[in-house]
Design a protein around this ligand. Structure first.
Ligand code: GDP
Ligand code: MG
Length: 439
């Protein structure tokens, strides 16, 4: 999904103007990419309609980066699709908060029970784990092992007592032992069946959970969503945990679940290890799906801070290799508006390597002043053609600006690096940058 979307976007980015036709074409491709990623058909339809509406509503042609505006809309809509903001775990007015984990066999319920307990411990809670899966061989043992690993108590009554009884006793145990959270690990089947649902409903009635979390395997895509829907019809779900996101490259389940069930994804599991569970952030997931890292926050910053006319002019200069030391100064000032350079570099994909070269380039006021002094000591010809700056000229510039030859050398080196960076930067930001500059 990510790759396909990136192709669509790099095409869009390379456009100086986005016509309705461009937009339609891009949306056709996004639609295909989403369907291929196993996103629910109806969800895709609604999604595309919304993005189109927004994009046409905004006069994208006015923006100096119309492609970026579209990407921004797609990103925001994706975030919305997955619930918008992060959905927190419910908390009972009177402890313990009761959490019931449900889902098909192998979805990751037991593992997630352990992980969730660990997360809760991290914020100083005292969770109790209750082993209600008496069917799967070694399921109780599995939970006990997890409990030992994180030093959390596990309540079990073997596999001869009914899960409903175990659940009741477990809740009682939590109350008596001041556990402020109690998590019920329940049984799953390979398919949804009546007997299982009946059992879960009874546990539900007896422990009155604050939170019924459906654990779904993200790798099963569309199926995961169907499962979610059937569970939701039978039990009042309060949220979803998506597991195995580490193996899911398509993102289909993540995108559909909320829209289909109306229930938010509360946690995401990205590995087998006990600490591989995180609160689910729709915005982060969206940028992950779009393959943009923190690119998106950079887009926002850039749109807010870069002067469109100047950027366009700079762009042109970069392309025609007219970029000079004067522009360099100008550019430094613009970039400085975006925030600390270090941070900026972290946000640009593929920029880490460059960062090594530029690590001693701290853009601060003082530095800019010295740079200015050096640049001012260059002749007009030298500014236009830095290649002219041989050793003796550099010595003269150093003397003239009251700096050292080392500093002058460093600046010239930085200038070259900056040129390279700007090339990459402008291909990402600008109307006519080379295609695929973001890889
Ligand atoms: P349950 O039947 O729903 O209780 O599922 P389990 O908790 O026993 O998990 C089934 C398998 O999936 C186990 O081998 C887990 O290690 C694995 N698993 C669970 N969550 C994740 C995850 O986020 N990533 C990966 N790669 N494996 C997971
Ligand atoms: Mg289990």
């Amino acid at each position: 999904l990510t790759n396909r979307l990136q192709n669509v976007f790099s095409k869009l980015r390379s456009k100086g103007k986005v016509t309705e036709e461009d937009l339609n074409e891009a949306m056709r491709e996004v639609r295909l990419a989403l369907l291929e990623a196993d996103v629910n058909f109806k969800v895709v339809k609604d999604f595309i309609a919304k993005v189109k509406e927004k994009a046409l509503g905004l006069d994208v042609s006015k923006s100096f980066t119309p492609g970026m505006v579209v990407i921004d809309i797609v990103n925001k809509e994706m975030t919305e699709l997955m619930g918008g903001t992060q959905s927190k775990l419910a908390k009972a007015n009177k402890p313990p908060t009761v959490i019931m984990m449900v889902g098909l066999q192998g979805a990751g319920k037991t593992t997630t029970t352990g992980k969730l307990a660990k997360l809760l411990q991290k914020s100083n809670h005292k969770p109790l784990l209750v082993a209600c899966d008496i069917y799967r061989p070694a399921a109780i043992k599995q939970l006990q092992v997890l409990g030992e690993q994180i030093n959390a108590p596990v309540f079990s009554m073997g596999d001869q007592t009914s899960p409903v009884e175990i659940a009741k006793a477990g809740l009682q145990h939590a109350k008596e032992n001041q556990n402020d959270y109690v998590i019920f690990d329940t049984a799953g089947r390979l398919h949804i069946d009546e007997a299982l649902m009946e059992e879960l409903k009874q546990i539900h009635q007896n422990v009155k959970p604050d939170e019924v979390l459906l654990v779904v395997d993200a790798m099963t895509g569309q199926d995961a969503v169907n499962v979610a829907q059937s569970f939701h019809e039978q039990l009042e779900l309060t949220g979803v945990v998506l597991t195995k996101l580490d193996g899911d490259t398509r993102g289909g389940a993540a995108l559909s679940v909320k829209a289909v069930t109306g229930k938010p994804i509360k946690f995401a599991a990205m590995g087998e290890k006990i600490d591989a569970l995180e609160p689910f952030h729709p915005d982060r997931m969206a940028s992950r799906i779009l393959g943009m890292g923190d690119m998106l926050s950079l887009i926002e910053k850039a749109q807010a801070n870069i002067d469109a006319d100047k950027a366009a002019e700079m762009e042109r200069k970069m392309r025609t290799a007219e970029f000079t030391f004067d522009d360099f100064l100008e550019q430094m000032a613009q970039i400085r508006n975006l925030g600390p350079l270090d941070q900026l570099m972290d946000m640009l994909p593929g920029m880490n390597k460059m960062k090594g070269n530029m690590k001693d380039m701290k853009v601060d006021e003082k530095q800019i002043n010295r740079v200015e002094a050096i640049v001012r000591s260059m002749t007009k010809a030298e500014k236009q053609k830095p290649e002219l700056l041989n050793h003796s000229r550099r010595k003269r510039v150093a003397a003239g600006s009251g700096t050292s030859i080392t500093e002058v050398n460093r600046l010239i080196k930085q200038f070259e690096d900056m040129r390279k960076m700007m090339k990459q930067f402008s291909s990402m930001m600008g109307p006519k940058g080379p295609k695929g500059g973001m890889k």
